[in-house]
Design a protein. Structure first.
Length: 507
Protein backbone atom coordinates (compact mmCIF):
# COMPACT_ATOMS: atom_id res chain seq x y z
CA UNK A 1 0.00 0.00 0.00
CA UNK A 2 1.45 3.34 -1.12
CA UNK A 3 1.13 6.70 0.60
CA UNK A 4 -0.80 8.06 -2.39
CA UNK A 5 -3.39 5.28 -2.05
CA UNK A 6 -3.66 5.87 1.69
CA UNK A 7 -4.20 9.63 1.28
CA UNK A 8 -6.80 9.02 -1.46
CA UNK A 9 -8.62 6.56 0.82
CA UNK A 10 -8.71 9.02 3.74
CA UNK A 11 -10.00 11.79 1.44
CA UNK A 12 -12.69 9.47 0.05
CA UNK A 13 -13.81 8.34 3.52
CA UNK A 14 -14.03 11.89 4.87
CA UNK A 15 -16.23 12.58 1.84
CA UNK A 16 -18.64 9.93 3.12
CA UNK A 17 -19.37 11.92 6.32
CA UNK A 18 -23.09 11.93 5.41
CA UNK A 19 -23.06 8.12 5.72
CA UNK A 20 -20.70 7.83 8.71
CA UNK A 21 -22.49 10.31 11.01
CA UNK A 22 -25.91 8.53 10.86
CA UNK A 23 -24.09 5.24 11.48
CA UNK A 24 -22.40 6.72 14.57
CA UNK A 25 -25.66 8.13 15.97
CA UNK A 26 -27.53 4.86 15.40
CA UNK A 27 -24.64 2.89 16.91
CA UNK A 28 -24.68 5.08 20.03
CA UNK A 29 -28.42 4.51 20.52
CA UNK A 30 -28.12 0.75 19.95
CA UNK A 31 -25.13 0.52 22.28
CA UNK A 32 -26.82 2.36 25.13
CA UNK A 33 -29.81 -0.02 25.06
CA UNK A 34 -28.73 -3.27 26.78
CA UNK A 35 -29.27 -6.35 24.68
CA UNK A 36 -29.55 -4.57 21.32
CA UNK A 37 -26.50 -5.73 19.39
CA UNK A 38 -24.89 -4.29 16.24
CA UNK A 39 -25.32 -7.56 14.36
CA UNK A 40 -29.10 -7.53 14.89
CA UNK A 41 -29.27 -3.92 13.74
CA UNK A 42 -27.17 -4.66 10.65
CA UNK A 43 -29.30 -7.69 9.83
CA UNK A 44 -32.46 -5.52 9.95
CA UNK A 45 -30.73 -2.95 7.72
CA UNK A 46 -29.32 -5.58 5.34
CA UNK A 47 -31.66 -4.64 2.42
CA UNK A 48 -30.40 -1.05 2.69
CA UNK A 49 -26.71 -1.98 2.79
CA UNK A 50 -27.13 -4.33 -0.17
CA UNK A 51 -28.86 -1.64 -2.25
CA UNK A 52 -26.12 1.01 -2.03
CA UNK A 53 -22.50 0.92 -3.34
CA UNK A 54 -20.23 -1.29 -1.25
CA UNK A 55 -18.01 1.63 -0.12
CA UNK A 56 -21.00 3.50 1.33
CA UNK A 57 -22.43 0.33 2.89
CA UNK A 58 -19.18 -0.47 4.65
CA UNK A 59 -18.65 3.10 5.86
CA UNK A 60 -22.10 2.96 7.48
CA UNK A 61 -21.65 -0.53 8.99
CA UNK A 62 -18.20 0.17 10.38
CA UNK A 63 -19.34 3.47 11.93
CA UNK A 64 -22.32 1.75 13.60
CA UNK A 65 -20.12 -1.10 14.84
CA UNK A 66 -17.48 1.19 16.40
CA UNK A 67 -20.04 3.53 17.97
CA UNK A 68 -21.85 0.54 19.47
CA UNK A 69 -18.67 -0.66 21.19
CA UNK A 70 -18.02 2.86 22.46
CA UNK A 71 -21.49 3.55 23.89
CA UNK A 72 -21.96 0.21 25.67
CA UNK A 73 -20.08 1.67 28.62
CA UNK A 74 -22.61 4.52 29.11
CA UNK A 75 -25.30 2.51 30.97
CA UNK A 76 -22.54 0.47 32.64
CA UNK A 77 -21.20 3.66 34.23
CA UNK A 78 -24.46 5.45 34.95
CA UNK A 79 -26.75 2.66 36.19
CA UNK A 80 -24.47 -0.43 36.41
CA UNK A 81 -26.15 -2.03 33.40
CA UNK A 82 -23.60 -2.93 30.68
CA UNK A 83 -24.86 -2.29 27.17
CA UNK A 84 -22.91 -5.36 26.01
CA UNK A 85 -20.78 -8.17 27.41
CA UNK A 86 -17.65 -6.17 26.61
CA UNK A 87 -18.80 -3.36 28.92
CA UNK A 88 -19.47 -5.64 31.90
CA UNK A 89 -15.98 -5.04 33.32
CA UNK A 90 -16.58 -1.27 33.11
CA UNK A 91 -19.21 -1.53 35.86
CA UNK A 92 -16.55 -2.51 38.41
CA UNK A 93 -15.11 1.02 38.63
CA UNK A 94 -17.40 3.09 36.43
CA UNK A 95 -20.47 2.77 38.67
CA UNK A 96 -18.57 3.52 41.92
CA UNK A 97 -17.37 6.74 40.27
CA UNK A 98 -21.00 7.60 39.50
CA UNK A 99 -21.99 6.97 43.12
CA UNK A 100 -19.29 9.43 44.17
CA UNK A 101 -20.77 12.09 41.86
CA UNK A 102 -18.11 11.61 39.16
CA UNK A 103 -20.38 10.28 36.41
CA UNK A 104 -19.40 12.98 33.90
CA UNK A 105 -15.71 12.39 34.53
CA UNK A 106 -16.15 8.60 34.19
CA UNK A 107 -18.00 9.04 30.89
CA UNK A 108 -15.23 11.27 29.52
CA UNK A 109 -12.61 8.69 30.55
CA UNK A 110 -14.65 5.98 28.83
CA UNK A 111 -15.13 8.00 25.62
CA UNK A 112 -11.49 9.08 25.35
CA UNK A 113 -10.19 5.56 26.06
CA UNK A 114 -12.65 4.09 23.55
CA UNK A 115 -11.94 6.59 20.77
CA UNK A 116 -8.16 6.66 21.06
CA UNK A 117 -7.91 2.94 21.86
CA UNK A 118 -9.89 2.20 18.71
CA UNK A 119 -8.06 4.80 16.60
CA UNK A 120 -4.56 3.69 17.65
CA UNK A 121 -5.26 0.00 16.99
CA UNK A 122 -6.95 0.77 13.66
CA UNK A 123 -3.90 2.68 12.44
CA UNK A 124 -1.67 -0.12 13.77
CA UNK A 125 -3.80 -2.64 11.87
CA UNK A 126 -3.31 -0.72 8.65
CA UNK A 127 0.47 -0.83 9.14
CA UNK A 128 0.73 -4.42 10.44
CA UNK A 129 -2.06 -6.13 8.51
CA UNK A 130 0.10 -8.84 6.84
CA UNK A 131 1.50 -9.94 10.24
CA UNK A 132 -1.69 -9.55 12.25
CA UNK A 133 -3.53 -11.85 9.87
CA UNK A 134 -1.24 -14.67 11.01
CA UNK A 135 -2.09 -14.32 14.72
CA UNK A 136 -5.41 -16.06 14.21
CA UNK A 137 -3.46 -19.05 12.87
CA UNK A 138 -0.79 -18.99 15.59
CA UNK A 139 -3.17 -18.80 18.57
CA UNK A 140 -4.59 -22.33 18.58
CA UNK A 141 -6.63 -24.13 21.21
CA UNK A 142 -3.65 -24.54 23.57
CA UNK A 143 -2.82 -20.83 23.57
CA UNK A 144 -6.48 -19.81 23.88
CA UNK A 145 -6.83 -21.95 27.02
CA UNK A 146 -4.17 -19.77 28.70
CA UNK A 147 -5.64 -16.52 27.32
CA UNK A 148 -9.03 -17.43 28.77
CA UNK A 149 -7.41 -18.28 32.10
CA UNK A 150 -6.20 -14.66 32.23
CA UNK A 151 -9.85 -13.59 32.17
CA UNK A 152 -11.07 -16.30 34.53
CA UNK A 153 -8.51 -15.34 37.18
CA UNK A 154 -10.48 -12.10 37.55
CA UNK A 155 -12.90 -14.25 39.59
CA UNK A 156 -10.08 -14.78 42.09
CA UNK A 157 -9.36 -11.03 42.08
CA UNK A 158 -12.99 -10.29 42.91
CA UNK A 159 -12.96 -13.07 45.50
CA UNK A 160 -10.07 -11.37 47.30
CA UNK A 161 -12.60 -9.07 49.00
CA UNK A 162 -14.60 -12.05 50.32
CA UNK A 163 -12.91 -15.29 49.30
CA UNK A 164 -15.74 -17.73 49.96
CA UNK A 165 -18.55 -15.65 48.45
CA UNK A 166 -16.43 -14.59 45.47
CA UNK A 167 -15.47 -18.16 44.58
CA UNK A 168 -19.04 -19.42 45.10
CA UNK A 169 -20.34 -16.74 42.71
CA UNK A 170 -17.65 -17.56 40.13
CA UNK A 171 -18.23 -21.30 40.24
CA UNK A 172 -21.99 -20.76 40.11
CA UNK A 173 -21.45 -18.81 36.89
CA UNK A 174 -19.25 -21.59 35.51
CA UNK A 175 -21.98 -24.15 36.29
CA UNK A 176 -24.56 -22.03 34.48
CA UNK A 177 -22.14 -21.73 31.57
CA UNK A 178 -22.03 -25.51 30.99
CA UNK A 179 -25.82 -25.69 30.52
CA UNK A 180 -26.61 -26.76 26.97
CA UNK A 181 -25.30 -29.45 24.66
CA UNK A 182 -21.82 -30.91 24.98
CA UNK A 183 -19.34 -29.55 22.41
CA UNK A 184 -18.08 -32.99 21.42
CA UNK A 185 -20.90 -35.53 21.80
CA UNK A 186 -23.84 -33.09 21.50
CA UNK A 187 -25.44 -34.53 24.64
CA UNK A 188 -27.75 -32.15 26.56
CA UNK A 189 -26.57 -31.08 30.01
CA UNK A 190 -28.81 -29.54 32.71
CA UNK A 191 -31.33 -28.26 30.14
CA UNK A 192 -34.30 -29.55 32.22
CA UNK A 193 -36.04 -30.48 28.99
CA UNK A 194 -36.11 -26.92 27.61
CA UNK A 195 -35.17 -26.89 23.93
CA UNK A 196 -34.38 -23.18 24.25
CA UNK A 197 -31.38 -24.07 26.45
CA UNK A 198 -29.80 -26.56 24.01
CA UNK A 199 -27.61 -23.77 22.60
CA UNK A 200 -26.60 -22.79 26.13
CA UNK A 201 -27.79 -19.99 28.37
CA UNK A 202 -28.26 -16.88 26.16
CA UNK A 203 -25.69 -14.27 27.21
CA UNK A 204 -28.08 -11.36 26.63
CA UNK A 205 -30.75 -12.79 28.96
CA UNK A 206 -28.15 -13.50 31.66
CA UNK A 207 -26.57 -10.05 31.26
CA UNK A 208 -29.90 -8.25 31.40
CA UNK A 209 -31.16 -10.27 34.35
CA UNK A 210 -28.02 -10.16 36.51
CA UNK A 211 -27.38 -6.47 35.93
CA UNK A 212 -30.42 -4.59 34.57
CA UNK A 213 -33.40 -6.25 36.29
CA UNK A 214 -31.61 -6.83 39.59
CA UNK A 215 -30.23 -3.28 39.61
CA UNK A 216 -33.71 -1.88 38.90
CA UNK A 217 -35.06 -3.78 41.91
CA UNK A 218 -32.24 -2.42 44.09
CA UNK A 219 -32.91 1.11 42.76
CA UNK A 220 -36.55 0.97 43.87
CA UNK A 221 -35.40 0.36 47.43
CA UNK A 222 -32.64 2.97 47.50
CA UNK A 223 -34.62 5.83 45.87
CA UNK A 224 -31.43 7.57 44.62
CA UNK A 225 -28.45 6.33 42.59
CA UNK A 226 -26.03 8.95 43.91
CA UNK A 227 -25.51 9.68 47.60
CA UNK A 228 -26.33 13.17 48.92
CA UNK A 229 -22.75 14.52 48.77
CA UNK A 230 -22.19 13.01 45.33
CA UNK A 231 -25.55 14.33 44.14
CA UNK A 232 -24.51 17.91 44.94
CA UNK A 233 -21.36 17.47 42.87
CA UNK A 234 -23.34 15.93 39.99
CA UNK A 235 -25.80 18.84 39.99
CA UNK A 236 -22.92 21.33 39.87
CA UNK A 237 -21.24 19.50 36.98
CA UNK A 238 -20.08 21.74 34.13
CA UNK A 239 -17.48 21.72 31.38
CA UNK A 240 -14.69 21.67 33.96
CA UNK A 241 -15.55 18.03 34.73
CA UNK A 242 -15.13 17.20 31.03
CA UNK A 243 -11.77 18.98 30.96
CA UNK A 244 -10.73 17.15 34.13
CA UNK A 245 -11.59 13.82 32.48
CA UNK A 246 -9.53 14.81 29.44
CA UNK A 247 -6.59 15.76 31.65
CA UNK A 248 -6.65 12.41 33.47
CA UNK A 249 -6.92 10.58 30.14
CA UNK A 250 -3.83 12.38 28.82
CA UNK A 251 -1.94 11.44 31.98
CA UNK A 252 -2.93 7.79 31.46
CA UNK A 253 -2.09 7.73 27.73
CA UNK A 254 0.21 4.72 28.05
CA UNK A 255 -2.53 2.82 29.86
CA UNK A 256 -4.86 3.46 26.93
CA UNK A 257 -2.24 2.29 24.42
CA UNK A 258 -1.22 -1.03 25.95
CA UNK A 259 -4.74 -2.12 26.93
CA UNK A 260 -5.93 -1.25 23.40
CA UNK A 261 -3.30 -3.61 21.97
CA UNK A 262 -4.53 -6.33 24.34
CA UNK A 263 -7.93 -5.89 22.69
CA UNK A 264 -6.41 -5.90 19.19
CA UNK A 265 -4.48 -9.15 19.69
CA UNK A 266 -7.49 -10.93 21.22
CA UNK A 267 -9.83 -9.50 18.57
CA UNK A 268 -7.77 -11.02 15.77
CA UNK A 269 -8.57 -14.52 17.09
CA UNK A 270 -11.86 -15.66 15.47
CA UNK A 271 -14.60 -16.11 18.07
CA UNK A 272 -12.72 -14.45 20.95
CA UNK A 273 -14.50 -11.09 21.09
CA UNK A 274 -14.80 -8.01 23.26
CA UNK A 275 -15.89 -9.74 26.47
CA UNK A 276 -12.64 -11.70 26.75
CA UNK A 277 -10.56 -8.64 25.82
CA UNK A 278 -12.24 -6.38 28.39
CA UNK A 279 -11.93 -8.86 31.27
CA UNK A 280 -8.32 -9.74 30.41
CA UNK A 281 -7.36 -6.06 30.11
CA UNK A 282 -9.00 -5.22 33.44
CA UNK A 283 -7.31 -8.19 35.13
CA UNK A 284 -3.89 -7.26 33.75
CA UNK A 285 -4.39 -3.58 34.56
CA UNK A 286 -5.09 -4.45 38.18
CA UNK A 287 -2.31 -7.02 38.45
CA UNK A 288 0.37 -4.60 37.21
CA UNK A 289 -0.98 -1.59 39.11
CA UNK A 290 0.95 -0.04 41.99
CA UNK A 291 -2.33 0.24 43.92
CA UNK A 292 -4.41 -2.86 43.02
CA UNK A 293 -6.43 -2.57 46.23
CA UNK A 294 -8.15 0.57 44.84
CA UNK A 295 -9.66 -1.29 41.87
CA UNK A 296 -13.39 -1.69 42.36
CA UNK A 297 -13.66 1.53 44.38
CA UNK A 298 -13.92 3.85 41.38
CA UNK A 299 -10.53 4.75 39.88
CA UNK A 300 -9.77 5.99 36.33
CA UNK A 301 -7.62 2.99 35.34
CA UNK A 302 -10.55 0.65 36.07
CA UNK A 303 -12.63 2.48 33.46
CA UNK A 304 -9.87 3.07 30.92
CA UNK A 305 -8.59 -0.53 30.67
CA UNK A 306 -11.80 -2.38 29.70
CA UNK A 307 -13.08 0.42 27.46
CA UNK A 308 -9.80 0.78 25.57
CA UNK A 309 -9.55 -3.00 25.07
CA UNK A 310 -13.24 -3.20 24.15
CA UNK A 311 -12.65 -0.81 21.25
CA UNK A 312 -9.24 -2.22 20.37
CA UNK A 313 -11.17 -5.34 19.39
CA UNK A 314 -13.10 -3.60 16.59
CA UNK A 315 -10.29 -3.51 14.03
CA UNK A 316 -8.99 -6.90 15.17
CA UNK A 317 -12.23 -8.74 14.42
CA UNK A 318 -12.14 -7.53 10.80
CA UNK A 319 -8.59 -8.79 10.17
CA UNK A 320 -9.40 -12.53 9.80
CA UNK A 321 -12.43 -11.67 7.65
CA UNK A 322 -10.49 -9.49 5.22
CA UNK A 323 -7.18 -11.39 5.18
CA UNK A 324 -8.33 -15.01 5.61
CA UNK A 325 -12.00 -15.04 4.68
CA UNK A 326 -12.91 -16.19 8.21
CA UNK A 327 -15.35 -13.92 10.11
CA UNK A 328 -13.95 -12.89 13.49
CA UNK A 329 -17.41 -12.54 15.03
CA UNK A 330 -21.13 -12.29 14.29
CA UNK A 331 -20.97 -8.66 13.18
CA UNK A 332 -18.10 -9.32 10.77
CA UNK A 333 -20.08 -12.29 9.40
CA UNK A 334 -22.91 -9.90 8.46
CA UNK A 335 -20.37 -7.57 6.84
CA UNK A 336 -18.99 -10.54 4.93
CA UNK A 337 -22.45 -11.20 3.46
CA UNK A 338 -22.51 -7.66 2.06
CA UNK A 339 -19.05 -8.05 0.51
CA UNK A 340 -19.95 -11.40 -1.06
CA UNK A 341 -23.20 -9.96 -2.43
CA UNK A 342 -21.15 -7.35 -4.26
CA UNK A 343 -18.92 -10.06 -5.74
CA UNK A 344 -15.89 -9.62 -3.49
CA UNK A 345 -13.83 -12.74 -2.71
CA UNK A 346 -12.40 -12.70 0.82
CA UNK A 347 -8.80 -13.66 1.45
CA UNK A 348 -5.27 -12.50 0.60
CA UNK A 349 -6.17 -11.89 -3.06
CA UNK A 350 -8.60 -9.15 -2.02
CA UNK A 351 -5.63 -6.88 -1.18
CA UNK A 352 -4.26 -7.23 -4.71
CA UNK A 353 -7.52 -7.25 -6.72
CA UNK A 354 -9.35 -4.55 -4.69
CA UNK A 355 -6.82 -2.76 -2.47
CA UNK A 356 -9.00 0.34 -2.24
CA UNK A 357 -11.80 -1.65 -0.62
CA UNK A 358 -9.59 -3.93 1.49
CA UNK A 359 -7.65 -1.10 3.11
CA UNK A 360 -10.60 1.29 2.84
CA UNK A 361 -12.50 -0.67 5.49
CA UNK A 362 -9.86 0.13 8.12
CA UNK A 363 -9.47 3.72 6.88
CA UNK A 364 -13.24 4.09 7.27
CA UNK A 365 -12.95 2.82 10.85
CA UNK A 366 -10.22 5.38 11.63
CA UNK A 367 -12.32 8.20 10.15
CA UNK A 368 -15.35 7.05 12.18
CA UNK A 369 -13.32 7.30 15.40
CA UNK A 370 -12.15 10.81 14.44
CA UNK A 371 -15.78 11.89 13.96
CA UNK A 372 -16.73 10.31 17.29
CA UNK A 373 -14.29 12.57 19.15
CA UNK A 374 -16.43 15.57 18.22
CA UNK A 375 -19.86 13.95 18.36
CA UNK A 376 -19.93 12.05 21.67
CA UNK A 377 -17.46 13.85 23.96
CA UNK A 378 -19.67 16.95 24.43
CA UNK A 379 -22.60 14.66 25.33
CA UNK A 380 -20.93 13.42 28.54
CA UNK A 381 -22.15 16.45 30.52
CA UNK A 382 -25.78 15.86 29.55
CA UNK A 383 -25.73 12.05 29.76
CA UNK A 384 -24.45 12.23 33.34
CA UNK A 385 -27.66 14.02 34.37
CA UNK A 386 -29.57 10.72 34.08
CA UNK A 387 -28.35 9.73 37.55
CA UNK A 388 -30.27 12.68 39.04
CA UNK A 389 -33.62 11.14 38.01
CA UNK A 390 -35.43 9.48 40.89
CA UNK A 391 -35.29 5.70 40.67
CA UNK A 392 -39.08 5.54 41.12
CA UNK A 393 -39.35 6.65 37.49
CA UNK A 394 -36.09 5.18 36.19
CA UNK A 395 -36.46 1.57 37.40
CA UNK A 396 -39.74 0.71 35.55
CA UNK A 397 -38.34 2.13 32.30
CA UNK A 398 -35.16 0.04 32.70
CA UNK A 399 -37.13 -3.17 33.33
CA UNK A 400 -39.46 -2.55 30.37
CA UNK A 401 -36.71 -1.74 27.86
CA UNK A 402 -34.37 -4.53 28.94
CA UNK A 403 -37.03 -7.24 29.00
CA UNK A 404 -37.91 -6.32 25.41
CA UNK A 405 -34.19 -6.44 24.59
CA UNK A 406 -33.99 -9.97 26.02
CA UNK A 407 -36.66 -11.00 23.51
CA UNK A 408 -35.05 -9.20 20.56
CA UNK A 409 -31.87 -11.29 20.52
CA UNK A 410 -33.47 -14.67 19.61
CA UNK A 411 -37.19 -13.75 19.49
CA UNK A 412 -38.01 -16.29 22.22
CA UNK A 413 -40.55 -15.46 24.93
CA UNK A 414 -38.59 -17.95 27.01
CA UNK A 415 -35.67 -15.50 27.13
CA UNK A 416 -37.87 -12.82 28.72
CA UNK A 417 -38.78 -15.21 31.52
CA UNK A 418 -35.14 -16.28 31.83
CA UNK A 419 -34.06 -12.63 32.22
CA UNK A 420 -36.55 -12.25 35.09
CA UNK A 421 -35.18 -15.42 36.74
CA UNK A 422 -31.64 -14.06 36.48
CA UNK A 423 -32.97 -10.76 37.81
CA UNK A 424 -34.15 -12.47 40.99
CA UNK A 425 -30.79 -14.31 41.27
CA UNK A 426 -28.93 -11.01 40.81
CA UNK A 427 -31.13 -9.24 43.36
CA UNK A 428 -30.49 -11.97 45.95
CA UNK A 429 -26.76 -11.76 45.13
CA UNK A 430 -26.81 -7.99 45.72
CA UNK A 431 -28.58 -8.33 49.05
CA UNK A 432 -26.23 -11.09 50.26
CA UNK A 433 -23.01 -9.47 48.93
CA UNK A 434 -22.28 -12.04 46.21
CA UNK A 435 -20.60 -10.39 43.21
CA UNK A 436 -22.72 -10.70 40.02
CA UNK A 437 -19.70 -9.81 37.86
CA UNK A 438 -17.98 -13.00 39.02
CA UNK A 439 -21.08 -14.94 37.91
CA UNK A 440 -21.09 -13.24 34.51
CA UNK A 441 -17.40 -14.00 33.97
CA UNK A 442 -18.15 -17.68 34.54
CA UNK A 443 -21.16 -17.62 32.21
CA UNK A 444 -19.31 -15.86 29.36
CA UNK A 445 -15.79 -17.31 29.59
CA UNK A 446 -16.61 -20.75 31.04
CA UNK A 447 -18.09 -22.29 27.85
CA UNK A 448 -15.27 -20.85 25.72
CA UNK A 449 -12.64 -22.22 28.10
CA UNK A 450 -14.28 -25.65 28.02
CA UNK A 451 -14.50 -25.64 24.22
CA UNK A 452 -10.81 -24.85 23.69
CA UNK A 453 -9.66 -27.18 26.49
CA UNK A 454 -11.68 -30.14 25.20
CA UNK A 455 -10.51 -29.47 21.65
CA UNK A 456 -6.87 -29.46 22.74
CA UNK A 457 -7.31 -32.67 24.75
CA UNK A 458 -9.10 -34.40 21.86
CA UNK A 459 -6.22 -33.58 19.53
CA UNK A 460 -3.69 -34.95 22.05
CA UNK A 461 -5.89 -37.98 22.91
CA UNK A 462 -6.25 -36.87 26.53
CA UNK A 463 -2.61 -35.96 27.21
CA UNK A 464 -2.58 -32.92 29.52
CA UNK A 465 1.01 -32.15 28.55
CA UNK A 466 -0.32 -30.75 25.27
CA UNK A 467 -1.09 -27.59 27.24
CA UNK A 468 2.68 -27.09 27.61
CA UNK A 469 3.67 -28.22 24.10
CA UNK A 470 3.80 -24.78 22.49
CA UNK A 471 6.54 -22.15 22.83
CA UNK A 472 4.00 -19.33 22.65
CA UNK A 473 1.72 -21.20 25.05
CA UNK A 474 4.54 -21.68 27.55
CA UNK A 475 5.36 -17.98 27.29
CA UNK A 476 1.73 -17.16 28.08
CA UNK A 477 1.83 -19.62 31.00
CA UNK A 478 4.87 -17.77 32.35
CA UNK A 479 3.11 -14.41 32.03
CA UNK A 480 0.04 -15.82 33.78
CA UNK A 481 2.09 -17.13 36.71
CA UNK A 482 4.00 -13.84 36.86
CA UNK A 483 0.83 -11.73 36.90
CA UNK A 484 -0.66 -13.90 39.66
CA UNK A 485 2.53 -13.92 41.73
CA UNK A 486 3.10 -10.16 41.45
CA UNK A 487 0.41 -9.12 43.99
CA UNK A 488 1.76 -11.62 46.55
CA UNK A 489 5.32 -10.33 46.00
CA UNK A 490 4.14 -6.74 46.45
CA UNK A 491 2.28 -7.64 49.65
CA UNK A 492 5.38 -9.42 50.99
CA UNK A 493 7.56 -6.37 50.23
CA UNK A 494 5.09 -4.01 51.89
CA UNK A 495 4.94 -6.19 55.01
CA UNK A 496 8.73 -6.45 55.08
CA UNK A 497 9.12 -2.66 54.74
CA UNK A 498 6.48 -2.09 57.44
CA UNK A 499 8.20 -4.55 59.78
CA UNK A 500 11.58 -2.88 59.18
CA UNK A 501 10.10 0.53 59.85
CA UNK A 502 8.45 -0.70 63.03
CA UNK A 503 11.70 -2.33 64.18
CA UNK A 504 13.59 0.92 63.50
CA UNK A 505 11.08 2.96 65.51
CA UNK A 506 11.36 0.56 68.48
CA UNK A 507 15.14 0.64 68.46
Amino acid sequence: MTWDLLLDLFAAQFGLWWVILPGILLGIVVGILPGFSPQNTLIMLLPLTLAVPVEQAFAFMVALYCANHLSGGVPAILVRIPGSGGAAATTLDGYPMTQKGQAQQALVLSFVASVFGGLITTLATLALLPWLSQIGLVLRSVEMVVVLLFGLTLIAVIAAKDTLKGLIAGFFGLLIGVIGTDHIYNAPRATFGFLELYDGVPIVAALIGLFAVSEALVMIEEKLIVAAEGRERAMRSNWSETLEGLRISLQKWWHIVWTAFVGLLIGVVPGAGASIAAFVAYQQSRMWSKHPELYGTGIPEGVIAPESANNGVTSGTLVPMMALGVPGGTTSAVMMIVLQYHGMVMGPQLFTTSPGLAYGVFVSMAVAYVFMIFTILPLARYMSRIVLIETTYLAPIIILVTIVAAFSERQYLFDMGLALVFGVIGYIAHKTNYHVTAMLIGIILGPLFERYLVRALRISEGDLMVLFSSTLGNTLWGLLVLSLALPFWRTWRQRKALAAERFGNES
